[in-house]
Design a protein around this ligand. Structure first.
Ligand code: THU
Length: 133
């Protein structure tokens, strides 16, 4: 991704967090994904009274992209309005692997902390589509 694309992803993730439905955790999260076609999709966490059904911002964004026919993930930005950056949970790492095993992962927050890493660092030796081939 270009610096401009990363700036746009960051802004999109911040805006997406405003739509978070997080009445139980009170922990809003926004995410933005850059797909192979250059388009950006966003998502927020969507919780449920049946707690186990809560959906993370990362998966909301990625499923939105998939529903638009986009299956090639290049970069994901996660934003939380906190002092420290939040990393994608284990379930989201697995879902990211499905569409972008080399994805760049960036976490930003309201503090100075900013984490830039890659999916292979976060989920080494991932199980994926090739294992079923
Ligand atoms: N959450 C995310 O949306 N993304 C993360 O990376 C961490 C956790 C959500 C799930 C739940 O709605 C709330 O944050 C607290 O776990």
């Amino acid at each position: 991704p270009t610096p401009v694309q990363i700036r746009t992803l960051e802004k999109t993730a911040r805006t997406a967090a405003r739509a978070a439905y997080a009445p139980y955790s009170k922990f809003p999260v926004g995410a933005a994904v850059l797909m192979g076609n250059g388009r950006i999709y966003s998502g927020c966490n969507v919780e449920n009274a049946s707690f186990g059904l809560c959906n993370c911002a990362e998966r909301t964004a990625l499923f939105t992209a998939a529903a638009a026919g986009q299956r090639s993930l290049r970069c994901i930005v996660v934003y939380t309005p906190t002092r420290t950056a939040t990393m994608p949970c284990g379930a989201c790492r697995q879902v990211i692997n499905e569409f972008g095993p080399e994805t760049r992962v960036i976490s930003i927050c309201d503090g100075a902390q900013r984490i830039e890493t890659t999916l292979p660092s976060l989920l080494p030796g991932a199980f994926g589509p090739a294992d079923l081939a």
